[in-house]
Design a protein. Structure first.
Lengths: 114, 115
């Protein structure tokens, strides 16, 4: 299996700009997760998809954040009107589901908002 | 609410020493799952182990071993004969068995193995 891939790996943007990140899960994994990790902290859950359905959203996911997973394959995470506080590593994970649910993570997208 | 506490922020050991990373968790669920992940400097989280709440057997994998004790809500991780390549941030995580699959992570323990 190829692992979870994320694009871009790094993004620098100016405050107020919109950014979009992409995640390609491990093939045949029907669950996909987004997490955010700030410096010195553990990852924090943002949202989760089962196939194309977004089933859970954290209160961390403000109105400026939107995630999609069309056709249940890759997913995109968009942040509108970025703020400096959005600077973080955005991690994507996927899992097969079932009794041995284990999430496998991608390399992350590091966002810096100037 | 679920919570994971990793009280050790940073640990330094000399190569070949054994080291134990502590993890204490809180949950109201009777069924839950515990995980350890490794995050090397490259940033990618690498899955190490998953443990179900109903399985308290300890596990050994090479130089790695895990001690799960429900009575103390702990899931500690020991590296035997540490190596420089073990230097990383290690995260303990918890997920509910009640339909929510999100992982709740601790703040991580940064392990530095000095040659």
């Amino acid at each position: 299996d190829t692992g979870v891939s994320q694009d871009p790996r790094h993004k620098i943007t100016k405050r107020g700009q919109n950014v979009t990140f992409r995640c390609d899960p491990i093939s045949e994994h029907n669950r996909l997760y987004w997490y955010r990790q700030t410096l010195g902290q553990g990852p924090e859950f943002l949202t989760y998809f089962q196939n194309e359905a977004q089933l859970e959203k954290s209160r961390l996911l403000s109105d400026r954040f939107s995630a999609e997973r069309p056709k249940g394959s890759f997913s995109t995470l968009e942040i509108q009107r970025t703020e400096q506080g959005d600077s973080a590593m955005y991690l994507c994970a996927s899992s097969r589901g079932g009794a041995q649910e284990t999430q496998y993570f991608g390399p992350g997208t590091r966002l810096l908002v100037l | 609410a679920q919570k994971v506490t990793q009280a050790q922020t940073e640990i330094s050991v000399v190569e070949k020493e054994d080291v134990t990373l502590d993890c204490v968790y809180e949950t109201r669920d009777t069924t839950y799952y515990l995980f350890w992940y490794k995050q090397p400097p490259s940033g990618e989280l690498v899955f190490l182990i998953r443990r179900n709440s109903f399985d308290e057997q300890n596990e050994i994998s090479g130089r790695y071993s895990w001690n799960f004790q429900k009575s103390t809500s702990s899931f500690n991780f020991t590296i035997t004969a540490s190596q420089v390549v073990d230097s990383a941030v290690y995260f303990c995580a918890l997920s509910s068995g009640a339909g929510s699959y999100q992982l709740t992570f601790g703040k991580g323990t940064k392990l530095s193995v000095i040659p």
